[in-house]
Design a protein around this ligand. Sequence first.
Ligand code: SAM
Length: 330
Amino acid sequence: VSYSHQVANRHVVVLGGRPRAAATVAELLAEGARVTVVAESPDATLEDLIRRGLVEHRSSPDLDLIEGADLVIRPAEPDPTPPASSGVIGSVTLVGGGPGDPGLISLAGREAIEAADVIVTDRLAPPAALNWARDDAEVIDVAKIPRGRSTPQERINRLLTDAARSGRRAVRLKGGDSFVFGRGGEELVACAEAGVPTRVIPGVSSALAAPSAAGIPLTHRGLTQGFVIVSGHVAPDDPACTVNWDAVAVSGLTVVVLMGVRQLAAITARLVAAGMAEDTPAAIVADGTLASQRTVRATVADLAERAAAEGIGPPAVTVIGDVAGLDLNP
Ligand SMILES: C[S@@+](CC[C@H](N)C(=O)[O-])C[C@H]1O[C@@H](n2cnc3c(N)ncnc32)[C@H](O)[C@@H]1O
């Protein structure tokens, strides 16, 4: 579906909260529409877009809303075809969905989505890519929202292996690359244990794409000879943290932090305490490659404060190092 500029700055009401509605909403947002979703209990991916303030939400439609809208869409949520019981084993393909812009999925990834009988999708996987799914494909949203609703990993593994055992071609669609903080390894192990054939289609990780889209090169001749990608989901002084932040601070490498919004103040303070110069450039890129992409630039000493003041929330990638002072976007 392409609404090609007809919906830019228009108010569009989408009726429904299932995966195809999420796909439509993502497409509309990319085209610059203002979107209100009407659904009593939206699936997790839509709930996340609502929580991030990217779309408005109503539990039920009212006449004022409908009459005031420029466009009202009710996406069809087709009934999936029942699983084939041919006795032939199906397959599981892990598709790295890229950072958010569906244009950044590989051709192989798109082909796998088009061919899939069942698609198990995630919060940060580009919902608009579901528009490529067959009408009779089953789409299951197992989005995990930080500190919100989530589906246990064991249940996701089971969904995948059950689908393949019933002869279906399953796609596991995720944000970025499945093997970068994506639990793709665990899913592959579960499939191997169940004797299910698998394939991995690499994706463009947000760790690379968000800085790149913001005009920040992670390496730059004369500034740094490398980068390190670290999870910031726990604070450096948390017993669960296994990262040697003191070594990271003095490594001379660009530091890229994923899942680090909540602990940003603790992480940056630790880097400075461990010897990183306070005036080291730093930047945080939220919603990288989406229409809502935002970048806040600062130093390592004041990034956390500036990001909070600007209302930056997840998903966001933080870049710390001399390269973060560059802004090469034309
Ligand atoms: C559970 S990790 C998954 C990473 C994913 N597998 C990848 O390779 O991009 C989630 C984190 O990825 C980052 N992230 C994902 N999509 C993003 C985007 N479009 N813009 C900025 N950060 C993003 C954020 O740091 C977020 O907290």
